[in-house]
Ligand binder design. Structure first.
Ligand code: HEM
Length: 329
């Protein structure tokens, strides 16, 4: 989730960025220091979402409780609600850092305030915060499972909580069999793709750049996981519509990023097509990417306008089954 071109290595030959002395280089340590105020904001946002979710459970308005009636006691299931809250702040931060990354790697729009250096630093710190929030979301889910499994011995409780949350393919109930590995995929991809930035002087700026662009996959997996599994967006009501709508600016920026890339080498030119040979497959891939991104924008507009957003109908009577009830429910 870091910028593909950073102002400190823009335009430099790979050999130079690889050998650059450490003095002027951004390190993980300096970014971890810079992230602290923002981490405070992330905690505040998570706390606000937690209170919102808690109050909705207490008032009986919670969609989570409509889906899983046994969760009507917010005091007992507070860790589950905190996990949900971390999930939302993680998604919000992921949205922000992806938007910043797309803005930075495309041609800079005239209206964009702030120097590239400041925006890049924000992109790096929001990316670190996103990883921490994603981890906290999964960790609170694990904690809730550990709390719940009172009948098991401690070692087994800890193992169940850990394995169900962090081992792909372990969770074996309902939609979670697909949705949890998707979330884990997002988390496990985010960490290397984000942190490789700090060793790009070793792997080379080009290698890092090529790998880093796959970070969009992390974002797509995160949104997919939420749409598939989030009980607060389970029904075809306004929260689900808002979630879909928020993807529109990301898709539009992706189109702009692909059609107007900051790096000249990535632009589609007639000459690139005319050269044929080795550059032709790359040209075709880039053209296909632009068409696919345009199709995503149209698809999102169609989903929001038609209301066919994959949301279920809220039942008049509460269902007897749950998508991801803890074991034994
Ligand atoms: C190890 C990885 C992950 C695990 C075990 C996990 C687990 C879960 C579970 C069990 C739920 C259902 C909660 C509910 O009832 O709504 C959920 C929902 C959710 N997850 Fe994850 N997740 C993981 C990764 C992620 C990632 C990477 C993101 C994105 C940034 C994310 C964002 C969300 C959001 C926004 C919800 C909706 C919560 C709600 O409906 O209130 N998750 N996740």
């Amino acid at each position: 989730m870091l910028p593909e071109t950073t102002s400190d290595d823009e335009g430099m030959p790979e050999q130079l960025t690889r050998d650059r002395p450490a003095a002027g280089r951004v390190t993980l340590r300096t970014d971890l220091r810079a992230v602290l105020p923002e981490a405070g904001a992330a905690v505040a946002v998570t706390a606000a979402v937690f209170v919102f979710l808690y109050v909705r459970v207490e008032s009986g308005d919670s969609a989570t409780v409509a889906v899983m009636p046994f969760m009507a006691d917010a005091g007992t299931y507070w860790m589950y609600l905190l996990s949900q809250a971390f999930g939302w702040s993680a998604l919000l931060w992921a949205w922000g850092t992806v938007m910043l990354g797309l803005l930075l790697s495309g041609q800079r729009p005239a209206w964009l305030p702030g120097s590239p250096q400041v925006l890049e630093r924000w992109h790096r710190t929001t990316s670190l915060t996103t990883m921490a929030l994603m981890f906290a979301h999964a960790l609170m889910f694990a904690a809730e499972l550990v709390r719940y499994e009172v009948e098991l011995a401690w070692a087994e409780r800890l193992w169940v909580g850990f394995a169900d949350s962090f081992v792909p393919g372990w969770y074996d109930s309902g939609t979670g069999q697909i949705a949890i590995p998707i979330g884990q995929g997002a988390l496990y991809l985010a960490v290397p793709l984000g942190l490789l930035f700090y060793v790009r002087h070793r792997i080379g700026a080009n290698t890092w750049r090529r790998l880093h662009r796959f970070v969009i996959v992390v974002y797509v997996l995160s949104v997919w996981h939420t749409l598939l599994y989030g009980t607060n967006v389970w029904y075809g009501e306004w929260p689900r519509t808002v979630l879909w709508l928020l993807q529109l600016p990301v898709a539009v920026l992706l189109v702009l990023r692909l059609t107007r890339p900051a790096r000249r080498a990535e632009r589609l030119t007639r000459a690139g097509w005319g050269q044929g040979g080795r550059s032709l497959p790359r040209w075709t891939l880039r053209a296909a990417g632009r068409v696919a991104a345009g199709a995503v924008v149209l698809g999102l507009i169609a989903v929001v306008a038609s209301g066919h957003d994959g949301g279920r109908e809220r039942p008049a009577v509460t269902p007897s089954t749950a998508p991801h009830a803890p074991e034994g429910e």
